[in-house]
Unconditional design. Structure first.
Length: 353
């Protein structure tokens, strides 16, 4: 029997290897992608193309961080389209081009986000509803608010928001700084605080966490609240990046948000999350999208590429490749016969093929 003092270091070593695997995998993939882009489609890595891609990568990174917090609790938030679209509609329709009315509109968007997060948290954490069903219902309510405010018609954003979200500082898009600030905030909260470690413990094993006295319901509910605030921030930035955003622009971020979380190494079953790897995955997926479009491939292929990236991410981190390789070697023609040694028998018997 292995002593607990031996098991614990082994467990810590395993967790560090998982972190290294997720970060290194997506980091190396991103570097290789840029190399391939430079060789095959140089226009996709030109200065103008990269400056045009970074703002949307920043928005995707912020949305991905919000989705990561929910996934850490073993759930998934499908209200991203409605949350992002509602934030866009509020900050573009309520000010109606008046810069002095932008701040109240931002406050109103944040209030809607907190309300949606509390609703999701109550349904999932308190009522025990499946997160997919609960967030789909919330998404419908959010789109109802979108139609009620906008009437389905777009409206130009204010010049102040366009300068803040769509402007440049030291030659770098301002949206990238917002994404880095969100990354720093999430990383510190989850990785450097006692509440963050408890948050990850609840996501890894809710039953054990409840037995040790942790407030499982509160942690699960707050995950949805923080996620909605990040979705709201992404929507506000998107409203400033695009001059005349549509009322349904958030629809494009549902599948990519899940894809970047999975590509970053966060398990869909909950537990540890990897914010830095998630942000790098957002950069990878945004550049991959731009690379595909630069090749002249139809725009509809974009969704297929995102789905393929999601499937590859799931396969990388969930399939036991060592066991698969052993099974393949054992079944391949000409492989050495394997013998079973059973207690109480003198000779081994060849496994039937």
């Amino acid at each position: 029997m292995i002593d607990a003092t031996v098991r614990e270091p082994a467990k810590l070593l395993t967790s560090r290897l998982v972190v290294s695997k997720g970060f290194v995998t997506v980091g190396v993939s991103t570097v290789l992608l840029f190399v391939v882009c430079a060789l095959v489609a140089p226009t996709s890595v030109s200065g103008g193309a990269v400056l045009g891609m970074i703002p949307f990568a920043a928005v995707l990174a912020i949305v991905g961080l919000g989705q990561m917090l929910v996934v850490q609790q073993g759930g998934i938030d499908l209200s991203i389209p409605g949350a992002v679209s509602l934030a866009i509609v509020i900050v573009s329709h309520e000010p109606d081009g008046d810069n002095s009315r932008l701040l109240p509109a931002v406050v109103l968007a944040l209030a809607y986000a907190i309300g949606a997060g509390l609703l999701n948290g109550f349904m999932v954490g308190r009522l025990g509803l499946n997160s997919i069903i609960a967030t789909l219902g919330t998404n419908a309510l959010l789109f109802g608010a979108v139609l009620g405010i906008s009437g389905g018609t777009p409206r130009s954003t204010t010049s102040l928001l366009a300068g803040i979200a769509g402007g440049l500082t030291w030659g770098i898009p301002n949206s990238a700084f917002f994404a880095l600030a969100a990354l720093a905030l999430v990383t510190v909260m989850v990785k450097r605080t006692v509440a963050g470690r408890r948050f990850e413990a609840v996501g890894a094993n809710p039953l054990t966490a409840r037995a040790t006295g942790l407030r499982v319901t509160i942690h699960q509910s707050l995950a949805f609240v923080w996620a909605q605030l990040l979705f709201c921030l992404a929507g506000i930035l998107l409203a400033g990046i695009t001059n005349q955003p549509t009322a349904f622009q958030g629809d494009a971020y549902l599948l990519p948000a899940v894809a970047v979380v999975v590509l970053g190494g966060t398990s869909l079953l909950g537990g540890r999350g990897y914010p830095i790897a998630t942000v790098i995955a957002a950069l990878f997926l945004s550049q991959l999208d731009q690379f595909v479009l630069s090749l002249g491939v139809p725009y509809a292929v974009r969704t297929l590429v995102q789905a393929a990236a999601l499937a590859i991410g799931v396969a990388l981190y969930t399939v036991d490749w060592a066991a698969f390789r052993q099974r393949f070697i054992r079944r391949s023609p000409g492989s050495a016969p394997r013998h079973d040694y059973r207690p109480g028998t003198q000779f081994s018997t060849e496994r039937s093929k």
